[in-house]
Write a new protein. Structure first.
Length: 520
């Protein structure tokens, strides 16, 4: 595949400028760059979602022009988006055949084809399981199988490891090697430079909308890649100076929360969860997604009412207070799903800056909104947090995912919260922005900020946390020392496996672990 002179302009910004990339058949080709560098726009052009203003695309020596994703699919290109596009209430088979019923029908023939593809590429997909019962890694394999089912020979994977633990990343890379061995091509977009170097055959670096380098993994390092991307060294979240005080900022006791499925069957998602976070402390929660972390955050934020238990903020019981009051009392919130809970995508940036803080300065003056001050402060956040945008009047939807995240972090940190709930605060951001967010959290922590940190980035969890706890099936099951635990050991504990470097929590041991914390 050859992309030559690809240029794409939008009002006020040039997203891609004269991009040249050559992708060899049967390889894993990584694409890296800062947030807003133009990676997503380029992939949308390659997948037929947008048309370039200039430039050409060639596949196997033939020049092509795509008017829609259907054209790209017809030429063997499939895309697995960072945010999965699966219907939870349908089975794996139903999700795979949805929109492709003409290929193999919707019954036995389709099931046979799904099992055949799954076995051929080592995906381990079960056709009759409901998607809502699958973990993140299994959902990703379903997405990969979905594009293979439609005959894709080139797969575009957008941030495929963002929510995976190390063992799941290893399994995904095994799948990619199987695909490559069969002659398929993978375009791998990621901000995790160590993973890029371990799986890619070729790497293209994009900066400010244009290609700046093509490198071979064996001849470069993460530090050199970071310098090509952002002009700085690869950052590290490691911090060991303690700022923890004895003042309790957040205390949750006995939180229990249950939900009912479509058939009315009750499922416990929080099971007697208790925790304490002190001023100046970062408490990290490690767990595979779907084990209760999201529900814990929503209970503390007042977005869900627990069946039982109490929540205290800075000595005051907030268990029955609405979300808005909790925000006004000093809780900052970086949500897991920025599109659903963090932004109004069709609203301009300055309106998004106001969200969650409409009664606070500088957004409000008395009972009225102070739009001039809100706009001015949005300009400050854009400059201070390096939000790449042509202006504050553009919509949030026009920003890349990483720049959307920087806007949210800037908004929440600007109000100097007592407690910051940070759910995946650096998901989808580049190494430069990641370092900046880490520094902001460290600095606020020194000034007494208490932080509840939820992250799928285990290096981030280990590096930033003063205290680490493992969540499994709705319970806090073990405690870890960030100074000694490794990402591999933490990843094992998250999946319920035993490890000797964790202490069993008072809430109960994980399955397969003795009371002493060793293997049975």
């Amino acid at each position: 595949m050859e992309l030559r002179g690809i240029t794409k302009r939008f009002p006020g910004v040039v997203a891609n400028h004269d991009i040249d990339i050559t992708i060899r058949r049967g390889t894993v080709h990584a694409l890296v760059g800062e947030n807003g560098a133009g990676k997503s726009t380029l992939m949308k052009i390659l997948y037929g979602m947008q048309k370039p203003d200039e430039g050409t695309i060639g596949i196997d020596g033939e020049r092509v022009s795509f008017h829609s994703p259907a054209d790209a699919i017809a030429r063997g290109i499939g895309m697995v988006h960072q945010h999965f596009m699966l219907a939870d209430n349908l089975t794996v088979l139903e999700n795979v055949v949805l929109g492709g019923e003409k290929l193999h029908g919707i019954g036995g023939k389709a099931r046979t084809e799904i099992l055949k593809i799954s076995e051929r590429y080592g995906l381990g997909v079960r056709p009759d399981v409901l998607v809502e019962d699958l973990g993140v890694a299994d959902r990703q394999r379903v997405e990969i199988l979905k594009v293979l089912y439609r005959g894709a020979r080139t797969l575009i994977l957008d941030e495929p490891t963002a929510v995976l633990v190390p063992q799941e990343v290893d399994a995904l890379f095994d799948n990619l090697r199987e695909l490559k061995a069969e002659g398929l091509t993978v375009i791998f977009i990621s901000h995790k430079l160590g993973e890029v170097l371990s799986v890619a055959d070729d790497i293209t670096v994009i900066r400010r909308g244009t290609t700046v380098a093509s490198v071979v993994p064996g001849e470069t390092t993460p530090k050199q890649l970071a310098e090509l991307m952002v002009g700085s060294e690869l950052p590290s979240p490691q911090t060991r100076e303690s700022t923890v005080t004895d003042v309790e900022m957040l205390k949750a006791e006995g939180l229990r929360l249950s939900t009912a499925d479509a058939e009315g069957v009750e499922r416990i998602v929080l099971d007697d969860v208790s925790l304490t976070i002190h001023k100046g402390e970062v408490l990290g929660i490690a767990g595979v997604e779907g084990n209760g972390q999201a529900e814990l955050v929503e209970a503390i934020m007042g977005m869900r009412d627990p069946d039982s238990g109490t929540i205290t903020l800075d000595g005051s019981d907030i268990s029955r207070l609405p979300t808005r009051t909790r925000r006004e009392d000093g809780i900052g919130y970086i949500p897991e799903d920025r599109h659903r809970h963090g932004l109004l995508l069709e609203a301009p940036l300055w309106e998004n800056r106001i969200l969650g803080h409409v009664t606070e300065k500088p957004n409000a003056k008395g009972l009225l909104l102070d739009l001039k001050a809100a706009r001015a402060d949005t300009e400050r956040i854009v400059a201070e947090y390096d939000v790449r945008t042509p202006g504050i009047e553009v919509t949030a939807a026009s920003l890349s995912g990483g720049n959307q995240q920087k806007l949210i972090v800037g908004r929440e940190m600007s109000h100097h919260p007592k407690l910051l709930i940070a759910a995946h605060p650096t998901r989808g951001v580049d190494v430069g922005a990641q370092a900046q967010i880490w520094d902001q959290i460290r600095e606020a922590r020194r000034e007494g900020l208490a932080v509840l940190l939820i992250s799928a980035d285990l290096d981030e969890l280990i590096g930033l946390s003063d205290t680490l706890r493992v969540m499994y099936r709705g319970r806090l099951v073990a405690d870890a020392d960030p100074a000694t635990i490794t990402p591999e050991e933490l990843g094992s504990a998250m999946t319920g496996a035993a490890t000797g470097h964790l202490t069993v929590s008072e809430d109960g041991p994980a399955e397969g672990r003795t009371e002493e914390g060793g293997s049975e």
